[in-house]
Design a protein around this ligand. Sequence first.
Ligand code: 1GP
Length: 279
Amino acid sequence: MNNTYKKILENREKNIKMLAVLLDPDKCKGSVLSGTIAALKADVPDFIFVGGSHTQLSIDSLIELLKEELGTEIVLFPGNVSQVSTKASAMLYLSLLSGRNAEFLIGQHVNSSVAIKRSGLEIIPTGYILIDGKKPSSVEYMTNTRPIPRDKKEIALSTAVAAELLGMSLVYLEAGSGANMPVDPEMIRHVCFGTDIPIVVGGGIKTPEQLTEAFEAGADLVVVGNVLEDDPSKIKELVFATRNFGIEPYDLNSQADSWVDEEEEIEKFIKYQSFKKNL
Ligand code: 1GP
């Protein structure tokens, strides 16, 4: 098994939640790119995804730059076959299961399968499920498909289970980049409860609270994009919320208390030693 998926499975096994940052090559350039790289150097997410719904330019140079600057592996999140790059290490091999457009279910795959197999990229078969994020999404428009209504958790579950039975490695619940509303935690909970493969959630997540809600509902990996295009420094609080997921404030306090106790003990000991010296 290759590295990216292995890491996802190992973390899932230990209930360690993960964060991926999605960089869209169309938007991530100039000062946005330099600001994002600086922020990501200080607070490192688990994965960097690169891709977009309608990018057609070569993404090789962006990937090379990211690898050089961040020293991290890059995962492709392609909107279409033109976004395949051998500079990346892995690729989410997406099939848009929520739609009924054969082109995005299997057509693009047939057109590119032999080249992708030869590329040496780690391929992660992913059931991509578009959910209504209360804003028309680029995915919806570009693929000419309709999202699953946000209150139809049974349909989302049936689609995710179909992904699992088809042998896919991941389910990606996607509200669409820049969604007004992220996937409802109730839907995430329902899907996670009924499936046995890792669940990725993205679209419209902007705050540590939304991220934590997705994790609490069972998401293994959360993807954020737009929020960092607006303000790269937001990565700090999102990485913090991911790393501290599951640690109760009580635990943090009691840990702090024990450090205080320890410090007090050391201080007392030092005082005692100097007291003895002066006897
Ligand atoms: C889109 O899920 C990703 O595919 C990220 O969405 O840009 O809204 O964070 P945002």
